[in-house]
Structures are given as structure tokens and as C-alpha cells.
Ligand binder design. Structure first.
Ligand code: SF4
Ligand code: SF4
Length: 479
């Protein structure tokens, strides 16, 4: 990729020489708006399928109920995460770490095999840009109509179309912001608060912050986010090799390019298959010309493949002048079967092995996870004291976290010193998915242990025997 990338020339972004800047221009060329043309084809359909799928999950998930609560809720205030049947506490952060590592490894794996699949099909920037472009297309018309509208003088039609587009964009953006906040505050309550205009200032802030980020990124920044802001575009070349599937132009077949009539004999004219219609450039959401070789601006969306295949069909020429191919496959004229065989290479096998091992490890750990957490804190106000009956007493505070969906009763016992007893001995009741602080006193007959600190253990068991946790503590015996 490196070779191809370095051989390529960016199409529109060009540094203007200092002399030009001094002669009145800026240091950099002004951004030129990209007007992607709509295209039909296999990859365009895949992109829309991914838009529907990702948005169905994103907008739908917070409305899903699980028992008496929201199925997916990250309740930061209560420091509790609910994911379907799982109740996670901050102590379960290891699972979040595992999830992040699995996501990173998946990205490495997919990128090594098929390039920027994530960027082209599932990245929120891609998905929302696609949605916003669709709205723009519906309101302002096709590519030519949009360009004419932007270039044209002020008119009532222009004003109405622009206003209408921005209102629809803002509606989508704010709904997205609302949904985002709905992952952190129960979304039905949030909806009621909104209707009764009693949302908290933080909720209002995040709805607007996330909403305007969506509006700005998908409505205005678009491809610039991928090119100038996203770090992944910069380091993904490190994950590419000559056997990675990338969108490639078959220059051997396409060059020399040139306009010709459908009935003419291109070979007799010394022409390749590219008719230089520029359709592949017009449909590109980042506005590049893939015929100049692989460029870091290419998000691998495959729309130029669809566009060129349509042209090839019209010219009654075989499809695939632009196609997903590997550098080795292109250079060696490999068959698709030969290209696919190279998927099984060491780098891919290592990523797959690591990913499978880690995923299974996290799943197994979740399955055998104890649905009970206990934190022990010493009561610093009374380290050790003699109480009625000649007992030496240490006081602790236990936080008991019930990670099940049922009310649980927990029995607390202590061990580690002869004659150690727990007061009060009664079981503690904790509501479903709730945590509760309880004061617990450990008592020991005075004189039965030497002076100093002794390690003891709290054993907390659920009454039905389904969960047990042991936590270490120290018992102080004064001189
Ligand atoms: S769409 Fe195909 S034929 Fe048209 S310019 Fe691009 S590569 Fe050439
Ligand atoms: S060059 Fe083709 S694959 Fe790359 S971003 Fe443009 S349209 Fe998508």
C-alpha cells in the first residue's frame, strides 16, 4: 500500500506555494465541497444495509426492556451498567477492557483481510454522512441540481430548500443526541422529562453536544473528518500488506484511457477499457480518483466499483476494471480463488487465534462470574474498643453489591481468629441489582489474641447458596 499510496497524488488538496500565499492567497487551498453522485450496485446496497442495521441497533436498543428495566443502560450515577441480563459494577471494569481489546483485534483482523471495511460500511461518520446525503439528495435534487443550487444566486426556492434541509438534519441530529443520552438515563423517563421540560442541565448539554457533533460532522465536515481528524486513516497502512483486499483500478486493462463510442473497436484505436467518463470520481464520497492508485483518502466503500461496473455493462465489457483486489493478485493476475487462499497467512492467523482466545476467555469468565461483589472498609472513627461482656470490637463497613435480578439475602461470617463473631448475625437483604452499605462489628474475647494486626476474612454467602465472596480485612488488637 505504501508504494501505491506514495505514488498517488491527492486530487483536490494541494499546498499553495508560499509565493502564492504572499501574493494574496492563503497558505492552503480552500476546501472544495464534494458532491457525490448517487449510484446503484452491490456495494451501495451493502452500505445501505449497514446503515439500517447499525441505526436499528443504535436507535432501538435503549427502548428494549429486560424484565422491569431498560435492557442496555449505563447508569453512571448509580455506578452500574446493565447489559441485557448482566449487571456490572465498576469492579467489573476488566470486562470493558476485554471488550475494547476484542474490538481493537477485530479491527486489526478485518483491516488485514479486507482493508478499510469499517470505514466504508460501519463507521458512524460514514453512516451519518450517508443519511445526511440522502436527505440532501431528496430535498435539493441530484448532484448537478445541488451544484447549481449552491452556485446560483439567492432565491426563495434556494432559501426554502436550504432551510428545510437543515431542519431535517437538525431533527435527525437531535434525535441522535437524545438516543445517545438514553443509554445513560432511562430513555422513557428522559422522554417524559423532555415533554415536561424538566430535563437536567447535563442531559440538555449532552443531547445538544452529541446532536451538534452529528450535525456538524455529517452535514458539513463529512470526508474531512476521515482525512484530517481520524487517526485510523493514518495508521491503517501499518496493518495492510500486499495481500490485503483494497479497491483497485486495473491500469493494465484500463489504460490508455479515452472516450470512444460504444460501437467502436477500442483495441484498434489503441485504447484500454477506461472510457474516461469520470463516473468513479463523481460517486466517490471523498472526491478522489482511484485511477491514480490507492490513496489514504479512500475509505474502501466500493461505490466506484459499482459505478464502473455500470459503465462496463453499458459498454458490453467485462466488469471489474475497478474491483476489490490485492496488490499481489493484481500484479500476478491471480484468480479470485488464489486471492482468497492468501487470506490464510501468518498475520491473519495470529490475529484470529488471539481474537478467538480472548473472546472465549471473556465469555467463559462472564459465565462463571459470581453475581456478588463485596467491598470492606474499616470504620476509621473507631479502630478497636472494648465493649460490654469483655469483648474486643472492630467496626467495618461492608458494601454488598447484588448483581442478580432477584432480591437476595446474604449471611456474613468471619474467620481467621479463634472465637471471632459477627454482630449483628442476621442476614442482610439487598434488592435486585442494588448495592447496600452495612455496618458490621467483629468481636473477639479480650485477651484471646496477641497485640497487633491480624488478617481475618469476611465470608458473604447468599442464602440460596448461589454466590459466595471472601474479602480480606485486618483486625486490630491494641496493647
Ligand atoms: S468509471 Fe470506469 S470507465 Fe469511467 S472513468 Fe472510472 S474507471 Fe474509467
Ligand atoms: S475511491 Fe472508491 S472505494 Fe475509495 S472512497 Fe472513493 S468511491 Fe469509495
Amino acid at each position: 500500500m505504501k508504494d501505491a499510496a506514495s505514488a498517488s497524488t491527492p486530487v483536490r488538496r494541494r499546498v499553495i506555494p508560499i509565493a502564492a500565499a504572499q501574493s494574496g492567497g492563503g497558505l492552503f487551498a480552500a476546501h472544495q465541497k464534494v458532491y457525490p453522485r448517487t449510484v446503484r450496485g452491490v456495494f451501495a446496497r451493502w452500505r445501505w444495509a449497514m446503515v439500517f442495521l447499525t441505526q436499528l441497533v443504535f436507535y432501538g436498543l435503549p427502548w428494549l426492556e429486560w424484565g422491569q428495566r431498560q435492557a442496555v443502560l449505563f447508569d453512571l450515577g448509580a455506578r452500574r451498567f446493565y447489559i441485557l441480563g448482566l449487571v456490572l459494577y465498576p469492579q467489573d471494569l476488566i470486562y470493558l477492557t476485554g471488550l475494547l481489546v476484542i474490538s481493537a483485534l477485530s479491527l486489526f483482523l478485518f483491516t488485514a483481510v479486507a482493508g478499510r471495511l469499517w470505514c466504508g460500511y460501519a463507521c458512524p461518520q460514514t453512516v451519518y454522512t450517508e443519511i445526511f446525503l440522502w436527505v440532501e439528495h431528496k430535498i435539493e435534487g441530484n448532484r448537478i441540481a445541488r451544484m447549481r443550487l449552491d452556485e446560483g444566486d439567492f432565491s426563495l426556492e434556494k432559501l426554502v430548500k436550504k432551510w428545510f434541509k437543515h431542519i431535517v438534519w437538525l431533527g435527525i441530529a437531535l434525535w441522535t443526541g437524545f438516543t445517545f443520552v438514553g443509554y445513560f438515563t432511562p430513555i422513557r423517563e428522559l422522554g417524559l422529562e423532555f415533554l415536561q421540560t424538566r430535563m437536567s442541565s447535563w442531559e440538555v448539554f449532552w443531547v445538544f453536544f452529541y446532536g451538534f457533533a452529528t450535525y456538524g460532522n455529517a452535514g458539513f465536515m463529512r470526508e474531512q473528518v476521515c482525512m484530517y481528524m481520524c487517526p485510523y486513516a493514518r495508521f491503517q497502512s501499518a496493518m495492510f500488506d500486499r495481500d490485503t483486499l483494497i479497491v483497485s483500478y486495473d491500469s493494465e486493462r484500463g489504460e490508455p484511457r479515452g472516450v470512444r463510442s460504444k460501437s467502436s473497436n477500442a483495441r484498434a484505436q489503441g485504447l484500454g477499457d477506461c472510457i474516461d467518463c469520470s463516473l468513479c470520481v463523481q460517486v466517490c464520497p471523498t472526491g478522489i480518483d482511484i485511477r491514480k492508485g490507492l490513496q489514504y483518502e479512500c475509505i474502501g466503500c466500493g461505490l466506484c466499483v459499482d459505478a464502473c461496473n455500470t459503465v462496463m455493462d453499458r459498454m458490453a465489457t467485462p466488469r471489474g476494471l475497478i474491483r476489490y483486489a490485492t496488490q499481489n493478485g493484481m500484479a500476478g493476475h491471480w484468480t479470485p480463488r488464489q486471492v482468497l487462499r492468501r487470506v490464510q497467512r501468518p498475520r491473519v492467523l495470529i490475529y484470529t487465534g488471539l481474537l478467538a482466545a480472548l473472546t472465549m476467555g471473556v465469555l467463559a469468565s462472564l459465565v462463571v462470574r459470581t453475581p456478588l461483589k463485596v467491598d470492606v472498609v474499616r470504620d476509621r472513627a473507631s479502630l478497636a474498643r472494648i465493649v460490654d461482656g469483655g469483648q474486643l470490637e472492630n467496626v467495618y463497613r461492608l458494601q454488598i453489591m447484588n448483581a442478580t435480578e432477584q432480591v437476595q439475602r446474604y449471611r456474613i461470617e468471619a474467620r481467621g481468629l479463634e472465637g471471632l463473631s459477627v454482630s449483628p448475625p442476621d442476614p442482610v437483604e439487598v434488592g435486585s441489582a442494588q448495592s447496600r452499605w452495612v455496618a458490621v462489628r467483629l468481636q473477639l474475647p479480650y485477651g484471646s489474641a496477641t497485640a497487633g494486626s491480624h488478617v481475618v476474612h469476611f465470608d458473604v454467602r447468599s442464602a440460596d447458596g448461589s454466590a459466595q465472596v471472601s474479602e480480606k480485612a485486618t483486625f486490630l488488637v491494641p496493647r
